[in-house]
Design a binder for this molecule. Structure first.
Ligand code: GCW
Length: 685
């Protein structure tokens, strides 16, 4: 039975007979010189993958007279060294690799060469992907290296194994049986990540439990680190800023207090005694009730730098989150920029600010965070969400590739055209002001004890997309969806074409039935699943839906222009101008920045009210189309996953109707305008 456990590493026999025969004659064996665990893992992954894909056993040998695949580094493999690849290898760096055809002795070999063992592992996964997606290997010559340095997944896992915003079972980390029991899932988890080039994992929730830094836990955590290490994955911990107090050692956590500094120094030494290549800390400070330096009259730079100093001797880093907002600032949108922009240039070189893609919180559509445009001397990485906190949990189909791509391609116009977020993240744009930046991308992922890791089988695709884009942000979400579908389901065109279309439309459908035209955060508070645009009694203004949509008799939307909160001024001037002008602001971001009358004329000729209604209805129509298209796939793929997705789409349709009706009827109670003719009546129950 197909239970989704293998994710995109299924290695089912290549269905195209002639291609399979071609591959069979090329891949008769695997030659791997070198004895590291990483090389052994790469070789056995190739064996396993090729044996499955080619439907025959592919053995490891040292016989150079048969055609096969030869893997290694010049340092550990005589065969690789003999190929004189030095120059080409110099261009791919520490984690990159070459894949090419080379004559060795009497046979043509596919060669995977790298400067490091982990590069060889990444190259091995790449080769398997080519076969899984049925690519021709004629004239193959690939040189690949990652465009970003820190490619990190974040878990919001609690010590009690509940996963905040996870929806796919309990935490993978079974604290009760570690370190004695190494669940085979730990290793499969590492394989899944390594197949994408992900090189870091923060294993616990940013709302952090200080106990994880105790000897009792570090012993267990060291075991996980040991499993991940040969896969090139560093382990990081989220820390609680008040840990020195939580442990009862001090009555302060003031970063400028020498006793606090000494406490963290000793703690770093302890952690590194367990995990010599520990990655570092992720910190949520002075955010949503978490402690931080501000509690002691200090700022984020004081807070981050103190930790950075204690990790520096061990080459550790601090990922310092910029997710901050306070109820008294008037416009939540402004929070991160206002706190962090004045600190530009104040952070140590081993601090990286981890900034959510948008200014609020992983909404179905957000403009990019203005911080990306204002910081010039600070290391930055973007944080995105794979787990679907605001996209229907593990119930709705909502491929996040298009959202990631939209953010990466947004041009912030900091220094004229071409100032894309991708060029900022890569360090290119600020080269003059930040010479040796640390770069990266992080994603909050949701795997748990569900057999298929992610709950909805299609949440896997967003994990996949994150990893691929963190390696190469120039890849399109469309190309990535294509790859993922082929590897995960089938290479049949009649499956790929319609289902890729579903994936590519799914994010926009989710926007349309929840919060179109730049509306945001209309969720029922706390759970963030269903609609509650009427919420007005949360105690904190910025936790109320009415705070975000500002619907009133005179219109709808949040005025962030100069006559409103002026948050627009946080963007580089050119972009601010574009968003401030009603003729140039993209309509799908319009109500993020403008409060407009209900009868405002849209580009379509419709009034704003009519357009809003139309968007809500079109979201439901899109989900129904997804259902129809999916239902046609019966028999094209395994019955289990077919039925699973089919059932979830039915739930999604029901939820989409509820979202549409709740929002349309609620906004109608304010606009007092009729629903235009031709739409089905909202259901009342
Ligand atoms: O999106 C919000 C979530 C919280 C989360 C917080 C954060 C981990 O609702 O559950 O806390 O963001 O990113 O810190």
């Amino acid at each position: 039975a197909e239970d989704g456990y293998d994710m995109w590493l299924r290695y089912q026999p290549v269905a195209n007979d002639s291609l399979r025969q071609e591959y069979q004659s090329q891949f008769q064996q695997v030659i791997a010189e070198g004895n590291s665990q990483t090389i052994k893992i790469a070789a056995s992954e190739l064996q396993r993958g090729l044996s499955g894909l080619l439907k025959k056993t592919v053995a490891q040998t040292s016989n150079v007279n048969a055609m096969g695949v030869v893997i290694g580094t010049p340092a550990n493999s005589k065969l690789i060294a003999s190929l004189n690849l030095k120059k080409r290898l110099a261009s791919v760096g520490d984690e990159g690799y070459l894949i090419q055809k080379s004559r060795i002795g009497n046979a043509d070999q596919i060669v995977i060469a790298a400067n490091t063992d982990v590069g060889v592992l990444y190259g091995s996964f790449h080769l398997l992907r080519l076969l899984q997606t049925e690519q021709s290997l004629n004239n193959i010559s690939i040189a690949s290296s990652p465009k970003l340095q820190y490619r990190v997944v974040n878990h919001w896992d609690n010590v009690n194994r509940l996963v905040e915003r996870g929806y796919a079972g309990l935490s993978l980390w079974d604290w009760g049986t570690l370190p004695e029991l190494k669940s085979p899932r730990y290793e499969d988890y590492a394989r899944i990540n390594a197949s994408l080039g992900i090189n870091g994992t923060v294993i616990n929730n940013v709302n952090a439990d200080p106990r994880l830094m105790s000897d009792q836990f570090l012993k267990k955590i060291a075991t996980l680190a040991e499993v991940f290490r040969p896969y090139g994955i560093k382990l990081y911990l989220s820390i609680n800023y008040n840990a020195p107090r939580a442990y009862g050692d001090l009555d302060t956590a003031d970063p400028l207090d020498p006793r606090v500094q000494a406490w963290w120094k000793a703690r770093a030494e302890k952690i590194y005694s367990y995990i010599p290549d520990f990655g570092g800390y992720l910190v949520k400070a002075d955010s949503e009730g978490q402690p931080g330096p501000q509690g002691y009259g200090r700022n984020h730079a004081d807070g981050a730098n103190m930790l950075a100093d204690t990790l520096k001797p061990f080459k550790g880093v601090v990922f310092w989150r910029a997710f901050v907002y306070h109820p008294d600032i008037g416009d939540r949108f402004r929070g991160a920029y206002d706190e962090f922009t004045p600190l530009d240039g104040k952070f140590k070189e081993n601090v990286i600010l981890q900034i959510k893609n948008g200014p609020i919180d992983f909404q179905p559509r957000e403009p990019v965070s203005p911080l990306f445009g204002s910081l010039k001397k600070t290391n930055m990485m973007m944080e995105v969400q794979v787990t679907q906190e605001y996209f229907g949990f593990a119930t709705h189909l909502a491929y996040q590739g298009p959202l990631f791509e939209e953010a990466l391609k947004t041009d912030l116009l900091v220094k004229g055209k071409g100032s894309t977020l991708a060029n900022i993240l890569s360090g290119q744009l600020n080269k003059a002001t930040n010479k040796n930046p640390r770069t990266g991308m992080a994603a909050v992922i949701n795997p748990g004890t569900d057999r298929n890791w992610t709950g909805h089988p299609f949440v896997q695709s967003s994990w996949y997309a994150f990893g691929r884009m963190a390696w190469d942000y120039s890849l399109t979400s469309d190309a990535i969806a294509d790859e993922w579908l082929r590897m995960t389901f089938s290479n049949q065109e009649k499956f790929i074409a319609p289902i890729k279309k579903i994936m590519m439309d799914s994010r926009e459908a989710g926007v349309n039935y929840r919060s179109p035209l730049g509306l945001t955060h209309l969720y029922s508070q706390g759970d963030h699943y269903g609609p509650a645009p009427w919420t007005a009694d949360m105690g904190r203004a910025d936790w109320n839906a009415v705070y975000y949509h500002r619907a009133a008799e005179d219109g709808i939307g949040f005025n962030r222009t100069a006559t409103g909160s002026n948050a627009l001024a946080q963007y580089p001037a050119e972009l601010a101008k574009q968003y401030a002008d009603l003729n140039t602001v993209p309509e799908d971001l319009m109500l993020w920045f403008h409060h407009l009358p209900w009868d405002y004329k849209m580009k379509s000729g419709k009034t704003l009210w009519a357009e809003l209604v139309d968007k809500y209805y079109s979201g439901v129509t899109q989900v129904r189309t997804m259902q129809t298209e999916w239902n046609k796939m019966e028999g094209q793929i395994d019955a289990e996953r077919f039925a699973h997705v089919k059932a979830l789409l039915a739930v999604q349709e029901r939820d989409a109707v509820r979202w549409r009706d709740s929002c349309v009827v609620y906004f109608q109670s304010i606009s007092k305008l009729p629903i235009p003719d031709g739409y089905e009546k909202p259901a009342h129950d």
